[in-house]
Design a protein around this ligand. Structure first.
Ligand code: SF4
Length: 238
């Protein structure tokens, strides 16, 4: 099992077994059968651009911006020829537009100069591109390239830790913990499902009454149910 961060080493919670983790993810797949990325894209280049823009921004907002962007810059070569000053007003509504402009132009320039204009298809090559971290690389690998990838964002971190199928605040550790419990061909689906569960049900203030895995959830048993019992003097009704 992967090493845990210092903070989580002291955490006494048991990590679910591989069999339990698979059963829990199966139940979540059933609850969210159509989980998929909500970013609109037609190829790896478009998904890479959209994922860079999605940092600290909603997918809905990104999807409002990208159609015009992809029309004006249909490939990495076109985007590499853009200036950051030209790009900034076009992506301003996604936030952090100066940094994102630099990342987009830098990424496109490297794709053209280092990879002949084609988005690379390995984790090692992707994370060397400006503005591309492991989460973004996993999104592109899993959704646009067909290489198993397990993106761990804040939703995956929160939900997996609450349930107890992961136990770390380090995304890379959580990626390894979840990945080791699932066959690679299910990694991307697992990530999509946990993200959707985090957006719709297991929000920062969770809707546990609507959750398919409530009986197996460590956080529910140890925090939510206890707090509710204390407040109401009885268990939460089913
Ligand atoms: S039971 Fe509540 S805290 Fe646990 S995963 Fe479900 S919604 Fe989240």
């Amino acid at each position: 099992m992967a090493q845990l961060s210092a903070k989580k080493k002291a955490d006494p919670r048991p990590l679910k077994t591989t069999a339990e983790t698979r059963r829990i993810l199966d139940a979540l797949f059933t609850q969210h059968p159509n989980a998929d990325t909500e970013l609109d894209f037609k190829n790896a280049y478009q998904l890479l651009v959209a994922t860079i823009l999605s940092a600290q921004c909603t997918d809905v907002r990104v999807n409002q911006v990208t159609p015009a962007l992809f029309k004006r810059y249909p490939d990495a070569g076109a985007l590499a020829r853009a200036s950051t000053a030209e790009l900034e007003p076009q992506i301003q509504s996604t936030g952090f537009f100066r940094a994102k402009s630099r990342s987009l132009v830098g990424m496109a320039t490297d794709v053209v100069e280092q990879h002949g204009g084609k988005v690379p298809e390995t984790m090692d090559e992707l994370v060397r591109l400006p503005g591309v971290g492991r989460k973004t690389a996993n999104v592109v690998l899993g959704h646009a390239i067909g290489v198993p990838g397990l993106p761990v964002d804040r939703h995956v971190l929160r939900v997996a830790n609450r349930i107890g199928i992961a136990k770390s605040d380090d995304p890379e550790v959580v990626e390894r913990q979840l990945g080791s419990a699932m066959p690679p061909e299910r990694w991307t689906q697992a990530s999509d499902t946990l993200i959707l569960h985090g957006r719709r049900i297991c929000k920062p203030k969770p809707l546990c009454g609507q959750c398919a895995v409530r009986p197996h959830c460590h956080y529910y048993k140890t925090v939510i149910a206890k707090a509710s019992k204390g407040a109401a003097g009885k268990a939460i009704p089913k």
